[in-house]
Design a protein around this ligand. Structure first.
Ligand SMILES: [Fe+2]
Length: 248
């Protein structure tokens, strides 16, 4: 019997060491994420309690749904960062939905991205229900243009869940990094994404894990228990350790 057991205490669940989040909707008032500065502050306080010390903001860019552009988001980000201060390191990227506009931005070499060494990380979101041949085209175009494509919440796409092998092969063909949502492991999006996230984890495929946080209440309900299932990773998002705060 261990000392903890003999004292009648349960061992705390193992969690990975945390530093930086990748994928969240903290920037207030620009998409379906945080609605106010107060809500964003509450979320950051909750993330800090979990152990996060910073994160990459990824507001939606989805013409006709979230009509954001790089210039507007950069301005909103500069204001937000001045309001948050230095307690939480922030970087700005975006979550690009696959549309004609994305291909135009790639052609113009004008994408919100995270510089990481000699890589330029761009987060791309596929449609959730319908197969997206153009999604693979977007990954290929990004790679050709010298970007590092990152596929957002790979576990959430139904067509990947039902037919993973060919899709994962197509995605890997362009050197795409797979990103998964921590909350998926705790059932935030239902059973399909939960089991597929576990499958991707078992395959060792996710390079990055994100909170994809939209509301502060998701932290205790889904992110904390999701992290309890990631203890085997040791350190979460180690790839982001090379992010330089001076570049933020
Ligand atoms: Fe997102």
């Amino acid at each position: 019997m261990s000392l903890l057991q003999s004292l009648g205490l349960r061992r705390a669940p193992a969690r990975p060491a945390l530093a930086r989040d990748f994928h969240c909707h903290l920037l207030p008032g620009v998409d379906d994420g945080m609605r106010t500065l107060d809500e964003a502050r509450e979320a950051i306080a909750g993330l800090r309690r979990l152990g996060y010390r910073g994160g990459v903001l990824t507001p939606h860019i989805y013409p006709g749904v979230y009509d954001n552009d790089a210039a507007g988001l950069r301005a909103a980000f500069a204001e937000f960062r001045s309001q948050i201060g230095e307690d939480y390191a922030l970087w700005l990227a975006a979550e690009y939905h696959v549309t004609d506009a994305l291909f135009e931005r790639i052609a113009e070499d004008d994408l919100l991205h995270v510089p990481l060494g000699d890589r330029r990380l761009v987060l791309v979101e596929f449609p959730s229900l319908m197969p997206a041949p153009r999604g693979i085209d977007a990954l290929a175009a990004l790679a050709r243009a010298g970007y590092q494509p990152v596929l957002a919440h790979a576990e959430r796409y139904r067509y990947l869940q039902t037919d993973p092998e060919p899709w994962l092969e197509r995605i890997a063909r362009h050197g795409t990094w797979v990103q998964c949502n921590i909350g998926s492991l705790a059932g935030l999006y239902g059973e399909g994404p939960r089991t597929f996230a576990q499958d991707l984890l078992a395959r060792g495929l996710p390079v990055l894990w994100g909170t994809d946080l939209h509301r502060p209440r998701q932290i205790e309900r889904y992110i904390a228990p999701g992290l309890d299932r990631l203890g085997g990773l040791g350190r979460l998002n180690a790839a982001l350790d090379a992010l330089e705060e001076a570049d933020a």
